[in-house]
Design a protein around this ligand. Structure first.
Ligand code: TZP
Ligand code: MG
Length: 212
């Protein structure tokens, strides 16, 4: 896996656009996909679709849009959907389907990301079949209700010292702290609210691009 694709990693699903309809969320996600990100992770939580078909069509539309924009498309949690939309990768949490099972189920070229929340998980991840890691939350986040305690910069630096896999940082990343993270040895930053809630997407991306 080319770790360059982790640089500007955007995560979102309809739940991240409160009060918007599905078509409106789709348009917002498309705008962000073409704003300068390198990877988009399709992460949807909760029953927001009329049925499974609507969900599949929504994911498929974004997958095709991302491909045309030259942006990598990763599915959160769902290995079946990953296969159905022919995604570039899947991202798994510690409580999701086992990495080994996902590897068996998916085509060889599909890469697998794994969430790491602390030093113990970081240690274990080193001998796993993960292609890349997502480490966090680094700072306090409003976007994940069941998020683990934040690591903070000192602990992040400490656990990155025992890591040799491509890694993206996540959780509470904003315009003030994103540049600092560059010095921790991360390969990229994963963001929800920084991109979904900005009032000036182009200007926000311009600033991010100076570091990442
Ligand atoms: N996993 C750990 S923190 C987080 C996820 C999905 C949410 C990140 O969202 P934000 O808005 O960038 O803090
Ligand atoms: Mg998960």
């Amino acid at each position: 896996m080319d770790k360059q694709i982790l640089k500007r990693y955007f995560i979102a699903g309809p739940q991240d656009f409160a009060g918007l309809t599905l078509p409106q969320s789709e348009q917002r996600i498309k705008n962000i996909i073409t704003s300068g990100i390198t990877t988009y992770q399709f992460r949807d939580k909760g029953a927001i679709y009329a049925d499974d078909n609507e969900r599949l069509r929504f994911a498929q539309t974004l997958r095709e849009f991302a491909a045309q924009a030259g942006v990598n498309f990763i599915v959160n949690d769902d290995v079946k959907l990953t296969k159905e939309v022919d995604a570039d990768g899947v991202h798994l949490g510690q409580a999701d389907v086992q990495l080994e099972l996902a590897r068996e189920f998916l085509p060889q070229n599909v890469f697998i990301g794994l969430s790491v929340r602390n030093a113990v998980e970081m240690q274990k991840a080193q001998s796993s079949q993960a292609d890349y890691l997502g480490v966090g939350p680094i700072f306090k986040t409003q976007s994940k209700a069941d998020a683990a305690p934040e690591l903070g910069l000192a602990q992040l630096t400490e656990i990155l010292a025992q890591n040799s896999l491509p890694t993206v940082g996540i959780g509470g990343i904003n315009l003030e702290n994103q540049a600092t993270l560059k010095r921790t040895g991360l390969d990229g930053i994963a963001m929800i609210s920084l991109l979904t809630q900005t009032t000036d997407l182009a200007a926000t991306m311009e600033i991010i691009k100076q570091s990442w």
